[in-house]
Write a protein that binds this ligand. Structure first.
Ligand SMILES: *Cc1c(COP(=O)(O)O)cnc(C)c1O
Length: 410
């Protein structure tokens, strides 16, 4: 029999003994709601009234013509509340917390997107909310910190270690150990100890369920390939689950190639050769680590893909050859973003644009009677500082300087 919480030999639940009871409770509730169709119904209701679901599947007619290959469809997760697929996970966990009768949620965040989504959910459900964020990231992501605080969350800057995401994760676990009776830890992606990978994948499966129906309706048959960017892997697992059983549909995960795989400045775990198996943060997967198991520094232009581990479910699907992995570099991402804006009037998040890069490279391999889907995990509005910088837009720079000077004058 399959060992619970394992995907092949990946996954597991390596948690401190003091959290055993909390994880037991979480597992019991999760198993219960999985069997309870009224829970999924309540989830669908909430997502349709609060987060614009079902999100559309957009036919990218101009891009399809441009590449003169397969028809390109875009699954529009950018149209969720707070602008990304993260809403699917946090709202689902919010409903679960309500069932458990807990009143407080905590979360880790790197770029701040998961923090904002969690703060939104906490405000809506009336939970107390504490967000752990590396001090470095607090400084880099001021707009997100601003919104979290305005929605009533407490943002705690973490000053340990490298003052980034992995330190925030450690601090969130410390909080949970101290306050487990009242508190639920809203993990942000399909990683961490069981049941989180399975639970987050379950909530995100809403993407794939919709996309499968929508492509059959719009195109009359299944797509040849489905592309998604991979940070922790939640948006990718979300859409892939709609097509996992259809062996003829190729599934492609695209990781952050950063400045290039040979530079060491990237976050390619499964697409590169720098990662190795390890156990950290409560689960076993492929990590970017040195030979002593110390985590390496990663880099990506997209903060949401800049992570040392990857979903154990994806490590398994990679090992079995069911999901293929590729990497997109920072500069390829900017090119794909530019083309998508100009051809379709759509602004993908820097993270999502990684999926676009690989789809564009392969679109002309497909015939005119074939289709591909790109999962657009989020919208690019949040990335205006980075994107404007990359364009080197002089009037934008002037605008920022002028604003700063106005502030100084008071
Ligand atoms: C957080 C984020 C990601 C990366 O997370 P996954 O768990 O890999 O999906 C990708 N895209 C956007 C827009 C994000 O906000």
């Amino acid at each position: 029999m399959k060992k619970k919480g394992y995907y092949g030999h990946w996954g597991g639940a390596f948690v401190p003994e003091v959290l055993f009871e909390t994880f037991k409770e979480l597992n019991v509730f999760f198993e219960e709601v999985k069997k309870d169709s009224s829970f999924w119904h309540e989830y669908l209701q909430l997502m349709s009234s609060y987060s614009c679901r079902p999100t559309p599947l957009t036919y990218a007619e101009n891009l399809s013509k441009h590449f003169a290959g397969g028809h390109i469809y875009i699954k529009r997760e950018d149209l969720n509340h707070t602008g990304a697929h993260k809403a699917n996970n946090v709202m689902g966990q919010g409903l679960l917390v309500k069932r458990m009768g807990k009143k407080r949620v905590i979360a880790e965040t790197g770029a701040g997107q998961h923090g904002v989504a969690t703060a939104t959910m906490a405000a809506k459900f009336g939970f107390d909310c504490t967000i752990y964020m590396g001090e470095e990231d607090v400084q880099r992501q001021r707009p997100n910190v601003f919104w979290m605080e305005k929605m009533g969350a407490t943002v705690v800057p973490v000053t340990d270690g490298s003052k980034t995401l992995k330190d925030a994760i450690n601090e969130a676990f410390r909080d949970w150990v101290t306050n487990m009776d009242s508190t639920h830890y809203v993990l942000g992606t399909v990683c961490g100890p069981h049941p989180f990978p399975e639970m987050v994948a379950w909530f995100q499966s809403i993407i794939g369920i919709e996309a499968r129906e929508q492509i059959l309706q719009a195109f009359g048959k299944l797509p040849d390939r489905v592309y998604a960017c991979v940070g922790g892997g939640s948006n990718a697992m979300g859409i892939f689950q709609g097509f996992l059983q259809d062996e003829q549909v190729g599934l492609v995960g695209v990781e952050a190639g950063g400045k290039g795989l040979s530079t060491g400045e990237h976050a390619a775990r499964l697409a590169g050769s720098d990662a190795s198996p390890g156990v950290a943060q409560g689960y076993k997967t492929m990590f970017l680590q040195d030979s002593d198991g110390q985590m390496l520094d990663t880099h990506s232009v997209a903060a949401g893909l800049d992570y040392i581990g990857v979903s154990p479910i994806l490590s398994d699907l990679w090992e079995k050859g069911r999901v293929r992995f590729a990497a997109a570099t920072d500069s390829e991402v900017m090119e794909a973003l530019d083309l998508t804006m100009k051809k379709e009037g759509i602004i993908p998040a820097l993270e999502s644009a990684h999926g676009f890069v690989q789809a564009f490279k392969e679109a002309s391999d497909l015939g005119r009677d074939e289709a591909l889907i790109i999962n657009m995990s989020g919208r690019g509005d949040k990335d205006i500082f980075t994107i404007a910088n990359a364009y080197g837009d002089p009037s934008w720079k002037e605008f920022i300087i002028e604003r700063a000077e106005q502030y100084k004058k008071g």
